[in-house]
Design a protein around this ligand. Sequence first.
Ligand code: TXE
Length: 499
Amino acid sequence: MTAGTVPLLASVQRFLGRQHGLYINGGWRPSTSSQTLTVFNPANGQPIAVTPDASAEDVDQAVQSAHRAFVSGVWARRAPAERERILLRYADLLEQHGEELAQLETLEQGKSINIARAFEVGSTLNWMRYTAGLTTKICGRTLDVSIPVPEGARYTAYTRKEPVGVVAGIVPWNFPLMIGMWKVMPALAAGCSIVIKPSEITPLTLMRMAELATEAGIPDGVFNLITGSGSVCGSALTSHPRVAKISFTGSTATGKHIARSAVDRLTRLSLELGGKNPAIVLADADPQQVIEGLMMGSFLNQGQVCAASSRIYVEAPLFDRLAADFEQAIKGLSVGPGLDPSAQINALASGAHQQSVQAYLADAREQGAQIISGASAPDANGYYVSPSLILNPDDNLRLTRSEVFGPVLSLTRVADVEEALARANDSDYGLTASLWTTSLKSAMDLTPRIEAGTVWVNSHTLIDANMPFGGFKQSGTGRDFGVDWLDAFTETKSVCIRH
Ligand code: TXE
């Protein structure tokens, strides 16, 4: 611990000191494999825990456990109000252990303790309670049908929403706890069982949530967790014949790979993939609001946010003013460990990811891009990257077209809104976008022309449990959140009764 950092709770230290296993059928068990994965603290590169690198055999045991629990009806056929009550109790347990989970998240992921408390714990609670409430709102329709045979027969038809079965949840490393619960909660609210695989670099908070699931009263086998690599453990899970539905959040490349294999069994699939999200700033925008909103939209969690703004197109009259303001704001950001609440930029999640972001910057520098950087790393062993602003990068730079997923923001001068729209939409991605203007007419006219699953006006990155979220184009398929969220975890059955 360094001066100014939050002291670790005894419960966090105890958890880190444990010998970790796989959570199958309501308890921990060792892996059949002797392979392990080490979890590092991104702030200083030190190892903090070792977890199993699960084998295909472990995955099979977890899926069979989930399948047995599903067909037994111990969860799926329980009254919706009982499932809701248990899921609300699960949320209460997260709240009770909020500080412990926030600290674990900062330790394994690198993010600020402020963000861990407010988002990984605070926002996740909102999502959990919202989703628990959906348990008692599942419903179908009654249907008037016109079946003409045999003569004189009458029919009444209706639809039922039934849980799809065993869900495989594959979780990335940017918001491990929150995105993990975005998979667990709708699956359980719908009556499914789940096998969840956290990212190999950030498994700890979901491991703790596995135990709390049992404490909340979720029956054994309904919630299973395996830790392991993507290539062996993740692949064995998403291609398992008893998995009925995959909910994946991660890179577009891995999402496509999983989708190809899912086609063989027509496994249901939701993919929430990357983004290269534009912001369009019109000349009549409020500059102060733009700076505040897009600094947060771009640098929250060191830019490791699929919805983050990373390309800003500014109408010419406002460009010089905003370039100067962004430069000042970026140079003013303090860089430090996540456990220091005053540090605004923290380490990236892994050494490999740090190198990937640095490679984008090196490539841009070699191509002659103008890069302005803020403060540098406080600890040479931590996975830090200085917050950076790129002015008017070429549209064909790797950094302009790919999801960098780091504290890197580009600002580009455009002649007018038509040029801004054309360049904003010129992307394989279409996850989010924002428009900055004080004109209601511009907002109403332009939002339908932006190719993105979410468009904010005068804000960016602010998501809500009641607002559907997902991507156009190669940013994914399906939508998370909102009142229809459970549709993706259920099958619709039509029942037709002759009478
Ligand atoms: O992602 P992967 P990576 C983007 C971001 C980042 C890039 C690479 O641009 O720089 O992806 O990150 C599991 N079968 N996003 O390589 O590989 C893996 O174990 C089944 C955007 O870490 O997609 C982990 O649990 N699973 C993003 C999860 O997939 C497999 C969040 C994500 O890893 C697998 C994270 C396989 N064959 C990265 N291979 C967002 N949309 O928010 C890997 N995995």
